[in-house]
Design a protein around this ligand. Structure first.
Ligand SMILES: Cc1cc2nc3c(=O)[nH]c(=O)nc-3n(C[C@H](O)[C@H](O)[C@H](O)COP(=O)(O)OP(=O)(O)OC[C@H]3O[C@@H](n4cnc5c(N)ncnc54)[C@H](O)[C@@H]3O)c2cc1C
Length: 469
C-alpha cells in the first residue's frame, strides 16, 4: 500500500457520499475525515443495517462464547462516527446510483421515504451477499446465516431458546468450520455437509483431507461430496433435518456458510464495470475503471492476484480495511494505491489451525504455470520441548525458476500464522532456494532449528533442481 498525505485543496466544499457503513466504507470515510476537515469535505454515509464498523470476523467467537458481548465486536458506533463530522444515515438504503447526474437515491428502510443526494465523489462499499441455496426450507425458523450482527444475535437466540442438541452446518469453507467450532463449544453434536470433495476448498484436496480427519477427530460428522437438497421442517414449521440425495441429518439448528458473491446490484444497474466474478473492477488507486470520481473497495470488488496475475474475488476484512484507507486518502485528494493480494488466509477449528497463501495446484494449472510440490511434516517447537505439536506444510514452486507459488499449512498451536513468512516471500517474489536461508528467529519454545516452512522450502528446492514434482 503506497500512501502520501492529502494535498492542500481550497475552494468550495465538496461532498463525498459513501454507500455501505462497515469495514471498507467507514475506513474510507474515517481516513478522508482525518485528511480533510468538515469545512473542506462533507461526508455523507448510508448504511441500511443497524450497525457500523463491526467485525463479522468475530461472530463465530461470539456465538461460541469466547467473546461475551456483541458490543465488543463493534469498532466504532454510529454516534462515534457522527462525533467526527460524518453525516451517517443509518437504516437508509441506497437504491440507485445516477452516474450521469452525480447523485444517489436513498430510501429510509423504516419509513419508506425516498430522496436524492448529490455527490462530487462516491465510494461504493456494499460488501458481499451470502449465497442462499435455492431449495425448500431455507427460510424456516432455526435456519441461520452469519453475515451480520443481527444474524449472530438471531442464531444465539435460537440456540438459547431451543436448547437443542444437534446442529448441521452447510458448507465447509472457513466460515463453516469456524461455526462448527462455535457449535461444538455450545455443546452441540455437529454435522458438516459439504459439496466439495474435502472441507476447506481454498486448500488442495490432500491438505483438505487432513482437515477432514482432524475435524472427525473432534467428534464432528463430516459429510463431503454431498449436496443438500432440502431443509425439512416439522409440524411447528421449525427446521427438523437437512436432506441430501440419500440421507437425512436431524437438526435443531442449521447454519448456512456456503460462500458469498459481491453485492454489486446497484453498480450493475448503474453500468459500472464488473469482472468475471461479478465484482467491481478498479485501478490500483481503487478508482472504478473509467470513472474519475467513483471508488470501490472491500467485498464488492475484484482484486489482482499478484501471483497469478489474474483478477479474483476474495471476501476478507483484512483487504476491506486496507481498501478503505486507500480510498479515503485518494478521495481526500491524496495519493495511495493497493497493489493486490497474494491470497493469505488463516482460520481454526478448535485447536486445529489452517492457513494458506498463494496458489493451489489447480490455480497454478489454470494460470498456465508448471510447478513442483513438496509436503513435509515437522513440529511447532523443538522436538524435546514440552507441548510441541506436529504440522504439515505443503509448498508449490514454479518449475525451473523455483519461484514460490503457494503454501498451505495444517497443524496445531503455532502452525497458522507461520503462513505469514510465506506471504512475505511471495510478495517479494522469492524463490524457494532463497527462502531456505531466511534468517528466522529460533529458540526451542518457538520452533525447531529448521522452521517447518524452511524445511518445506528445502524440499521444494530439491524438487525444483530435480525437475520433478
Ligand atoms: C462469519 C464471518 C467471519 C469472518 N471472518 C473473517 C476473518 O477471520 N478474517 C477476514 O479477513 N475476514 C473475515 N470475514 C470477512 C469480513 O467480515 C468481510 O470481508 C468484511 O466485512 C468486508 O467488509 P466490507 O465493508 O467490504 O463489506 P460488509 O462488511 O459486508 O459491509 C457492507 C455494508 O454495506 C451495507 N450495504 C450494502 N448495500 C447497501 C445499500 N444499497 N445501501 C446502504 N447500505 C448498504 C451493508 O448493510 C453492510 O453493512 C468474515 C465474515 C463473516 C461473515
Amino acid at each position: 500500500m503506497n500512501m502520501s498525505a492529502a494535498r492542500d485543496v481550497s475552494g468550495p466544499r465538496e461532498r463525498l457520499v459513501v454507500i455501505g457503513g462497515d469495514a471498507a466504507g467507514m475506513s474510507a470515510a474515517s481516513q478522508a475525515r482525518r485528511l480533510r476537515s468538515a469545512e473542506e469535505l462533507e461526508i455523507v454515509a448510508f448504511e441500511r443495517g443497524h450497525f457500523t464498523s463491526f467485525s463479522a470476523c468475530g461472530i463465530p467467537y461470539w456465538v461460541g462464547g469466547d467473546v461475551d458481548d456483541r458490543d465488543q465486536l463493534i469498532a466504532r458506533s454510529p454516534e462515534e462516527h457522527r462525533a467526527r463530522d460524518i453525516d451517517l444515515r443509518m437504516r437508509t438504503e441506497v437504491t440507485e446510483i445516477d452516474v450521469a447526474r452525480g447523485r444517489v437515491r436513498a430510501r429510509d428502510v423504516d419509513s419508506g421515504d425516498e430522496y436524492w443526494t448529490s455527490y462530487d465523489k462516491l465510494v461504493i462499499a456494499t460488501g458481499a451477499r451470502p449465497i442462499r441455496p435455492d431449495m425448500p426450507g431455507t427460510d424456516a425458523p432455526g435456519v441461520h446465516g452469519v453475515q451480520t450482527l443481527d444474524d449472530g444475535q438471531a442464531l444465539i437466540d435460537t440456540l438459547t431458546r431451543t436448547r437443542g442438541r444437534r446442529a448441521v452446518v452447510v458448507g465447509a469453507g472457513y466460515i463453516g468450520v469456524e461455526m462448527a467450532e462455535a457449535l461444538i463449544n455450545r455443546g452441540y453434536e455437529v454435522t458438516v455437509v459439504n459439496r466439495g470433495s474435502e472441507p476447506m476448498s481454498t486448500l488442495d484436496p490432500d491438505m483438505g483431507r487432513l482437515v477432514h480427519e482432524a475435524m472427525e477427530g473432534l467428534g464432528i460428522t463430516m459429510v463431503d461430496d454431498t449436496e443438500v437438497t432440502k431443509i425439512l421442517t416439522g409440524e411447528d414449521g421449525r427446521v427438523r433435518a437437512v436432506a441430501t440425495e440419500d440421507a437425512e441429518y436431524p437438526a435443531d439448528v442449521v447454519v448456512l456458510g456456503i460462500g458469498v458473491r459481491p453485492e454489486t446490484t446497484l453498480a450493475r444497474a448503474a453500468g459500472l464495470p464488473l469482472g468475471d466474478h461479478g465484482g467491481l473492477l478498479t485501478d490500483l488507486a481503487m478508482r472504478v475503471r473509467g470513472h474519475e470520481n467513483i471508488w470501490a473497495g472491500g467485498d464488492c470488488v475484484e482484486v489482482l492476484d499478484l501471483v497469478s496475475g489474474q483478477e479474483r474475488h476474495i471476501a476478507l476484512g483484512t483487504h476491506a480495511n486496507k481498501h478503505g484507507q486507500v480510498i479515503g486518502t485518494n478521495a481526500a485528494g491524496g495519493y495511495a494505491t493497493f497493489p493486490g493480494v497474494v491470497g493469505t488466509a488463516v482460520s481454526k477449528v478448535c485447536d486445529l489451525e489452517i492457513a494458506r497463501t498463494g496458489l493451489r495446484e489447480k490455480d497454478a494449472r489454470r494460470a498456465g504455470l508448471q510447478y513442483v510440490t513438496a509436503t513435509i511434516e515437522s513440529t511447532s517447537r523443538a522436538g524435546y520441548y514440552p507441548n510441541s505439536s506436529s504440522m504439515t506444510v505443503k509448498m508449490l514452486a514454479e518449475r525451473r525458476t523455483g519461484r514460490l507459488l503457494g503454501v498451505q499449512i495444517v497443524g496445531r498451536e503455532g502452525a497458522g500464522k507461520r503462513v505469514d513468512i510465506a506471504a512475505v516471500a511471495l510478495t517479494a517474489g522469492m524463490t524457494v532456494e532463497q527462502m531456505v536461508s531466511l534468517d528466522l528467529g529460533y529458540a526451542p519454545p518457538f520452533s525447531p532449528v529448521w522452521d517447518p516452512v524452511l524445511v518445506a522450502a528445502r524440499k521444494a528446492t530439491k524438487a525444483v533442481n530435480a525437475g520433478t514434482s
